[in-house]
Design a protein around this ligand. Structure first.
Ligand code: GLA
Length: 386
């Protein structure tokens, strides 16, 4: 609600009339299924109640004019003469315009104001939120049908080819297709998805998803990420399949001996993580918070030992979280190498959990974590205006 009011007020002041159109798209947290998306595997993220909001109106020409309240900057570009200036937030909007036009969507210009509250650089997909909010804006002013998977693919293409970041499909898919109250099991090969509810605690109370930002950031994340992708491709080639998604655990156990140690450990993570993710979705459907938590803990161990994408801060905060009363499970989330962990916590124990984790993490690292208790929220959407 808050950001809706912010963009409405800013728009009204700028244009002397209330906005005819408001769209939003969320950031995300991944419950389980890490680094599996670019292996054609399974992921289980949820959209969070933090996102990017745009208040806008169509224009009669091919110009897009957007004022960002966060950057205190106005971006102006022409849809018929898109130019890549290689840096800055406007490239995400231009990239989406480029990808939509390349795919044959005729676009119309628009103007408006934008604000967001996804922390940037924390691994909560502020860039996917920006891409999908932009796609929603174009869809509304240009009048084509909203196909969530197609919009996710084109937004990913914008990020890969226009912005130059080699991400998988998870972040864009959940920002496009999330639904309130649910996480989404996504098959990253077919892009079919299935809604799954957060499980209640044994006593029937709710559970909460708590994001714990270690506040550590590592440089060269892109090159470490690309190196993992290559190691996974090497392993898939060894097994003679298009992606590690196609290797069963029994094939892996029977045939992995001939594979070099590093790609073998990477493959072991991916193959077991796909199984954990499918089991986690079942656990959620069966209202089994304890099993979901256990699978999250196992996922962290696998990301730490086999995939090697955690850092010390992540390992410390996850261990502290796992040791708290009322915590079902915790793990690093997102690309890793710093950034955030996610924990599933008994709703009635959240306050004590947050206080204890913050205190103990500070004691061990001298750092103060940023903590976000999140609600599973809707994907890219249009806010009705009367
Ligand atoms: C980043 C990427 C995603 C995914 C995760 C790891 O968030 O953008 O596509 O690969 O890392 O699961």
């Amino acid at each position: 609600m808050e950001l809706q009011q912010t963009v409405t007020a800013a728009y009204s002041e700028k244009f002397n009339t209330p906005p005819p159109l408001i769209v939003q798209a969320p950031g995300r947290v991944n419950l389980i299924g890490e680094h599996t998306d670019y292996n054609d595997g399974f992921v289980l993220p949820m959209a969070i109640d933090r996102g990017i909001w745009l208040a806008l109106r169509p224009r009669d020409d091919d110009q897009v004019v957007v004022h960002s309240l966060d950057f205190e900057e106005t971006a102006v570009f022409s849809l018929t003469a898109l130019q890549n200036s290689k840096s800055g937030w406007a490239e995400y909007l231009k990239g989406v315009a480029w990808a939509l036009q390349e795919a044959g969507y005729p676009l119309r210009g628009w103007e408006g104001v934008m604000a967001g509250n996804v922390p940037k650089g924390a691994g909560l997909s502020s860039s996917a939120a920006l891409e999908l909010a932009t796609a929603r804006a174009f869809q509304q002013v240009s009048g084509f049908a909203w196909d969530a998977a197609q919009m996710a693919k084109l937004s990913q293409r914008a990020e890969n080819k226009w912005v130059g970041v080699n991400c998988g499909i998870m972040d864009q898919m959940i920002s496009a297709a999330g639904e309130a109250g649910h996480a989404l099991l996504i098959d990253c090969r077919s892009l079919e998805s299935e809604l799954v509810p957060l499980p209640p605690a044994l006593d029937g109370s709710g559970t909460a998803v708590v994001i714990l930002d270690t506040t550590t950031r590592r440089g060269l994340v892109d090159s470490a990420y690309n190196e993992r992708r290559q190691q996974c491709e090497e392993a898939a080639a060894y097994f003679g399949v298009p992606a590690l998604r196609d290797v069963s655990i029994s094939t892996f156990l029977a045939e992995a001996d001939g594979l070099a140690e590093l790609p073998r450990r990477r493959a072991q993570h991916i193959i077991t993580e796909n199984l954990r993710t499918l089991n986690a979705a079942k656990a959620m459907q069966n209202a089994d918070a304890a099993l979901l938590g256990q699978l999250m803990n196992e996922s962290h161990a696998s990301l730490r030992d086999d995939f090697e994408v955690t850092n010390e801060a992540l390992n410390i905060i996850v261990e502290i979280a796992q040791g708290q009363d009322g915590c079902f499970g915790a793990r690093m989330t997102g690309a890793g190498f710093g950034g955030c962990a996610v924990a599933l916590v008994h709703e009635a124990k959240v306050d004590g959990f947050v206080t204890a984790v913050t205190h103990q993490y500070h004691q061990q690292t001298s750092l103060t974590p940023n903590v976000y208790v999140c609600q599973p929220s809707a994907g890219a959407s249009v806010i009705p205006q009367n």
